[in-house]
Write a protein that binds this ligand. Structure first.
Ligand SMILES: Cc1cc2nc3c(=O)[nH]c(=O)nc-3n(C[C@H](O)[C@H](O)[C@H](O)COP(=O)(O)OP(=O)(O)OC[C@H]3O[C@@H](n4cnc5c(N)ncnc54)[C@H](O)[C@@H]3O)c2cc1C
Length: 661
């Protein structure tokens, strides 16, 4: 089925519409109205804001937003329209007229067709911070050219272990053992992959009445729930507790005797919490409560509008590819024959490896390196780069590195790998570096490979579907997340550089609008904050200093060190800062970086301001509780406002004060 009319997505049946129309007509004040200068008369019309007030007063709508939504449903259905233009229905002094009150067969002047009012207009707006300087997304480096030739982990071969009560509960939720796939029907939307991107696509589309199929080859919840955000943050919490206890002497808290970390308990806690969260992503919830047809098995496209899973063929009007990515394995001689861990297997550990090697210094590697060090391992990070967290500004990365060195992590940068060899069957592992012709050897009880992510594009039948892709960059999409097959969209890690759960989530929301409701939302309009949850955390939104310089955007930077903020002083914070870039001569925030213990939470204040078009000067006027770390943001605003006083204004103030003495 390839139905582009969108008729089957109509939320209200025609009887509902008729009823709604009569109810509205009965309560609005229909008469000839005059507007403009010289005044023009518009016959038989009602006013948007008056109609909204009436709809709420008479109980037709729950509140004003609801009334506007209903109004747009009627407007889109052609029941009434704006008297002059193709205006959406608004809670405003705008004139609307029922179609039945005028000549039929003619659109009002200036209206070419109904397409300028879309269903997506009332689905909620994906807010954007796009303004004068264009997109506020920073330029992220292209994935390493070598990524294309790196191996990709085969998902289906990865097990979840140990099979204790927690993992059994997890699997019951995200990969039920005896799942019977439903009988396929023609679908409005088929989603391949049930990670963050796929789950949001499926739930969102089902929620607006579409018939949806969701296909998952491995575990519902994808990386984030099973082998990513959730388990890593659970470990980081325990690691932080251990670090705080070790650091307690600084605050006069004396610990008598040795402190020890019960690693088996830490991992069990992680498994328990992961299982506790898993019902939200469960097969039961999606098929039972949300009405999605869930197919467990590998989805492979067989044509432009068909996909096969477990021997069944599903036809679709639209599809979403949300297959994510997996750890990319570098081509280091001997690695393939040696035991190593990736994010897919590290959370299966039950014993702490004493000597823990990490190859790669990106966010995943750094979070886990710090966690394992704090949990009692001796961690060594080996990186081909010259700094950790290469996407972040060097100053921020240096603070995190110093903190990790204090924890006891050892680093070797700009290394050249010569070979990796296994000493025993399950380890230890020997990593040999080439240092200008001389060999340097490290021996580890476990080795984590965290050298980047590879999009899951192979074996999907993308060629049959006419979907172009690149082994390194993933599925090719346009601004509206549409692939080279106009009926197929792609979201999440498989189609973007911004590989975060919240990004996959918002890409999915955009696709529901664009694919099902003729939306025109663009991915470049999204403002995407992110955080790395090391201690201290590094969080960022908008443009980096480097982007501003490269794009010739004049800017001023306001920085506040936490060691100068009262809360930072009493908390004993030695390093970390808030840094905010503002357009020169305009009160407009262009980007910000925060390095601090709650940077991931704090960045939201700046993101909200940027999205709402609120400048740094106005942020200074927002009262922040004292003493909080967030005061650093307000104080950047104070500094901005002080800088706005021109010498002339300063001199006027000076003279005024002198007169009042
Ligand atoms: C260790 C780690 C920590 C992370 N921490 C964070 C964090 O703190 N915050 C954050 O925002 N992000 C974090 N991320 C990133 C985040 O996990 C990803 O950005 C997110 O999971 C992407 O979601 P997705 O839906 O695109 O893909 P995925 O979650 O990868 O899901 C894709 C799904 O598709 C399935 N699939 C693949 N091929 C097929 C097929 N042919 N048929 C059927 N199913 C298929 C897979 O089995 C998988 O379940 C972390 C990642 C890792 C590895």
């Amino acid at each position: 089925m390839n139905n582009n009319s969108g008729d089957d997505q109509v939320l209200l049946k025609s009887n509902d519409l008729k009823e709604l129309r009569s109810s509205l007509r009965a309560i609005v004040d229909l008469r000839d109205r005059q507007y403009g200068f010289p005044a023009k008369t518009y016959e038989s019309c009602f006013v948007g804001s008056e109609a909204v007030a009436q709809m709420v007063a008479k109980g037709l709508a729950a509140d004003e937003d609801d009334a506007v939504r209903l109004g747009n449903v009627l407007l889109h259905a052609g029941i009434f329209h704006h008297v002059q233009r193709a205006h959406a229905f608004k809670n405003d002094y705008l004139f609307y007229r029922f179609a039945s009150d005028e000549d039929h067969g003619r659109l009002p002047d200036g209206v070419a067709d109904g397409s300028s009012v879309r269903w997506s207009d009332f689905l909620g707006i994906l807010t954007s911070a796009k303004g004068g300087e264009g997109s506020l997304q920073p330029t992220l480096p292209e994935p390493d050219a070598e990524l294309a030739s790196m191996d990709q982990i085969d998902l289906e071969t990865i097990g979840v272990s140990p099979l204790d009560e927690h993992n059994a509960r997890l699997l019951d939720n995200v990969h039920p053992k005896k799942w019977l796939n439903p009988q396929p029907k023609p679908y409005n939307l088929v989603v391949i992959g049930a990670g963050a991107g796929g789950l949001v696509s499926a739930a969102g589309a089902a929620g607006v009445g579409a018939r949806v199929a969701l296909i998952e080859a491995h575990l519902l919840g994808g990386d984030c729930l099973n082998v990513g955000c959730v388990p890593s943050k659970a470990l980081l919490r325990c690691a932080k507790a251990a670090a705080e206890v070790r650091d307690a002497g600084r605050f006069g808290v004396r610990i008598k005797g040795e402190i020890s970390v019960d690693f088996a308990y830490v991992m069990e806690r992680m498994r328990r919490l992961r299982a506790q969260i898993s019902p939200v992503d469960s097969a039961q919830r999606y098929s039972g409560q949300l009405g999605v047809d869930l197919f467990i098995g590998k989805g492979i496209f067989t044509g432009k509008n068909s996909i096969e899973v477990g021997g069944k063929t599903l036809s679709f009007a639209k599809a979403v590819i949300a297959t994510g990515g997996t750890a990319a394995i570098p081509n280091i001689p001997g690695l393939a024959d040696s035991p190593y861990l990736t994010n897919n297997s590290i959370f299966n550990l039950t014993e702490l490896p004493k000597r823990f090697g990490v190859i790669g210094a990106g966010p995943i590697g750094m979070e886990l390196a710090q966690a394992f060090q704090r949990l009692g391992a001796q961690v060594t990070v080996l990186s081909r780069d010259g700094q950790i967290l290469p996407k972040e500004e060097p100053e921020a990365a240096a603070i995190v590195k110093e903190s990790m060195i204090r924890d006891g992590v050892a680093f070797a940068f700009n290394v050249t790998f010569k070979r990796i060899e296994s000493v025993g069957e399950k380890g230890p592992v020997r990593v040999v570096l080439d240092e200008g012709g001389r060999e340097r050897t490290f021996e580890f009880d476990a080795l984590l490979i965290a050298t980047g992510r590879k999009p899951a594009v192979t074996g999907l039948g993308l060629e049959q579907a006419g979907v172009e892709f690149d082994a390194r960059l993933g599925v090719t999409v346009n601004e509206r997340l549409q692939t080279t097959n106009a009926d197929i969209y792609a979201v999440g890690d498989v189609a973007g550089k911004y590989q975060f759960t919240h990004m996959a989530d918002f890409m999915a929301r955009m696709v529901i609008k664009n694919a099902l409701f003729f939306g025109r939302d663009k991915v470049s309009d999204l403002l995407i904050p992110w955080a790395t949850y090391t201690d201290p955390e590094v969080a960022h939104v908008g443009l980096y200093e480097k982007d501003l310089t490269d794009r010739n955007i004049p800017f001023a930077t306001f920085t506040r060190e936490f060691s100068d903020v009262d809360r930072g002083i009493v908390d004993g914070i030695a390093a970390g800062y808030v840094k905010i870039h503002v357009a020169k001569g305009k009160d407009r925030i262009l980007g910000a970086t925060i390095v601090g213990s709650h940077a991931g939470d704090m960045i939201s204040e700046i993101t909200v301001a940027m999205q709402a078009g609120m400048g740094l000067g106005r942020l200074a006027g927002v009262i922040h509780p004292y003493p909080t770390a967030a005061e650093a943001i307000r104080q950047c605003g104070d500094a901005y406002n002080r800088g706005r006083l021109t010498p002339a204004v300063k001199s006027i103030f000076h003279n005024l004060m002198a007169l009042r003495r």
